[in-house]
Design a protein around this ligand. Structure first.
Ligand code: PRP
Ligand code: URA
Length: 206
């Protein structure tokens, strides 16, 4: 299922990311802010449990989160989404998966993975700003499933129809959250109009 998130603040901040003049420091800060705003929707259906706490005036029957959350950024660009979400879910555990696309074939190559233990009872959020062909996110989800993850959400900033189709086909059980759905991919596999190379813009490598 695809959740296209719409909010004036998200649209405004997405415009900042897209603008080619936006410098690395502003890109980084804005990506963090967008991820934090998206966290509100991504976490809407999290389970809670009843608890009682003492306020200064006496007991209060209330609720707290009742599920373990694991964030898994896809290196590199997914790293820019971690702080915005973990700032709102400080108890989240964090795994990492390193994947890059081969420039010729556009096929994803996984070069690193390290996850917290016992993923089967957790909600696992895969973070990757760009959903282009969908190959990187699809492979990341597969690796996580092979490690026992059963409840996976994919959180992206901008996607192309090809990427949405790929995830829907490969992983129909995975909910996709995305802030912008663009027109198409160009011949080099970049999202048009998109925002360019997310990793390079986040880390200033070009
Ligand atoms: C980018 C981006 C995604 C991937 C999306 O990573 O951050 O992970 O491409 O493309 P796809 O949907 O077609 O797989 P990139 O290959 O540039 O790696 P890098 O961030 O490490 O440079
Ligand atoms: N990866 C990016 O960083 N940008 C794109 O448009 C496609 C893949």
């Amino acid at each position: 299922m695809v959740n296209l998130l719409k909010h004036p603040l998200l649209t405004h901040k997405l415009t900042i990311l897209r603008r080619k003049e936006t410098a690395t420091n502003e890109f980084r800060e804005t990506l963090k802010e967008i991820s934090g705003l998206m966290a509100y929707e991504i976490t809407r259906d999290l389970p809670v449990k009843n608890i009682t706490v003492e306020t200064p005036l006496g007991p209060c029957c209330t609720q707290e989160l009742a599920i373990d959350i694991v964030l898994v950024p896809v290196l590199r660009a997914g790293l820019g989404m971690v702080d915005g979400i973990s700032g709102l879910i400080p108890g989240a555990r964090i795994g990492h998966i390193g994947i890059y696309r081969d420039h010729e074939t556009l096929k994803p190559i996984t070069y690193y993975s390290k996850f917290p233990e016992n993923l089967s009872g957790s909600i696992v959020m895969v973070l990757d700003p760009m959903l282009a062909t969908g190959g990187s996110s699809s492979d990341a989800i597969k690796v996580l499933k092979d490690h026992g993850a059963k409840n996976i959400k994919l959180v992206c900033i901008i996607g192309a129809p090809e990427g949405i189709d790929r995830i829907t086909r490969d992983h129909p059980d995975v909910q996709i959250f995305i802030a912008g759905l663009d027109e198409r991919l160009n011949d080099s596999g970049y999202i048009v109009p998109g925002l360019g190379d997310a990793g390079d813009r986040l880390f200033g490598t070009k």
